[in-house]
Design a binder for this molecule. Structure first.
Ligand code: SF4
Length: 291
C-alpha cells in the first residue's frame, strides 16, 4: 500500500509523491523511473533524496535562474502575445538531454538562492501594473520542481495571475493530473516520434511522454508542442512528417507547433535542413513556427 504525503499541505521540502519501503528505504513516485532510495541516497534526477526513511525535494526552494521575459520567448506563439512573465527555474533532469548538457541541470548551481512560492507571487503582483501576467517555469524540468511549482501555481491562481510550464513530460499521471487545474499554458517538448530515439538518446521510455501530452491536451491548458532540433539526431524530415501526422490526427491540425533551432549561428546546410523539417511538419499541421 502506497502512502502519499498530504498535498498541498506537504511539509516544506518533503516530496509529494513517495512510498515507504522496508529498512528505511523509500520509493519515489514522481516520475516513471520509480527510484528506490536507501537512507542517504539521491535519485537519478538529483532532486529527491531519502532522509530518515522519507523522501525530500532537495530543490524545493532552490532558485537557479530568474529572468523577465516575453511569453513568446518560452516559446508560446498563440498565448497572451506581448505579455511579460517571470521566467524561472531550479535544477534537476530525469532524462539525458539528447544534445548532452545534463550536468548543468543535474545538480545545484553554485549561484542559486533560496526563495519561496510567496516571494514569486509577490514579485508578480508588484509588477502586474507593468504588464507582468504571471510566472513561467522553464529551464530545468519544472515537473521535478514539483512541490514548489504546485504551491506557487496555486497562489498565482488565487491572485488571478497565469502559470506556464515548459516540460518534456516524463512524469507520472497522478502528479501531472493534480497540477493541471492550476496551469494556464504549457510548451511541451516532443523531441522525436521514434521510441528508439527516446530510449537510446534520452534513456527514457516514450509511452509516458505521450501519456503526459494527451493529459495536457485533454485539459483546458493552452498547449503548444515544440521539437528542439538537434542536427544529426532528430532532424529527419520523414520522422517529423510522422510526428506531425500523429499530432494532427490525435489532436488537431490546428495545434501550434514549434521547431526550435539551436541558439547559435546556423550554417547554410543547417538552415536548409530546418526548412525541410518545417516543410515536413507543415504537411500535416497548419500552424508551424520556427523559433
Ligand atoms: S523524480 Fe527523480 S528520484 Fe523520483 S523517480 Fe524520477 S528520477 Fe527518480
Amino acid at each position: 500500500m502506497r502512502e502519499y504525503s498530504a498535498r498541498p499541505q506537504v511539509e516544506r521540502g518533503e516530496a509529494a509523491f513517495w512510498h515507504r519501503l522496508p529498512e528505511g528505504a523509500a520509493g519515489c513516485d514522481l516520475c516513471p523511473r520509480f527510484c528506490e532510495l536507501a537512507p542517504g541516497e539521491r535519485g537519478w534526477c538529483a532532486t529527491r533524496y531519502n532522509r530518515s526513511g522519507r523522501i525530500w525535494a532537495a530543490n524545493y526552494n532552490w532558485l537557479s535562474i530568474l529572468q523577465f521575459a516575453r511569453v513568446e520567448s518560452i516559446p508560446l506563439a498563440e498565448y497572451l502575445s506581448g505579455g511579460a512573465v517571470l521566467k524561472l527555474g531550479s535544477f534537476g533532469c530525469n532524462f539525458q538531454p539528447p544534445g548532452g548538457e545534463r550536468e548543468q541541470f543535474g545538480a545545484e548551481a553554485g549561484s542559486g538562492r533560496s526563495i519561496y512560492p510567496r516571494d514569486i507571487v509577490n514579485i508578480c503582483m508588484n509588477l502586474a501594473p507593468q504588464g507582468l501576467v504571471g510566472a513561467a517555469f522553464a529551464y530545468a524540468e519544472p515537473l521535478l520542481w514539483y512541490e514548489f511549482v504546485l504551491q506557487t501555481a496555486m497562489l498565482l491562481k488565487k491572485c488571478d495571475m497565469r502559470c506556464i510550464v515548459a516540460t518534456a513530460g516524463f512524469v507520472n499521471p497522478r502528479p501531472l493530473t493534480e497540477l493541471i487545474p492550476y496551469l494556464d499554458a504549457a510548451r511541451f517538448d516532443l523531441f522525436s516520434f521514434d521510441p528508439l530515439f527516446y530510449r537510446e538518446n534520452m534513456h527514457i521510455q516514450f509511452e509516458p511522454v505521450l501519456r503526459s501530452l494527451k493529459l495536457l491536451h485533454d485539459s483546458p491548458v493552452h498547449l503548444e508542442v515544440a521539437t528542439p532540433v538537434i542536427f544529426g539526431k532528430n532532424d529527419d524530415p520523414i520522422m517529423l512528417a510522422a510526428l506531425s501526422a500523429y499530432l494532427a490526427e490525435a489532436f488537431s491540425p490546428e495545434l501550434p507547433y514549434h521547431l526550435i533551432a539551436p541558439q547559435r549561428e546556423l550554417t547554410e546546410a543547417e538552415k536548409e535542413r530546418l526548412m525541410q523539417c518545417a516543410d515536413a511538419a507543415g504537411r500535416n499541421l497548419h500552424r508551424v513556427y520556427l523559433s
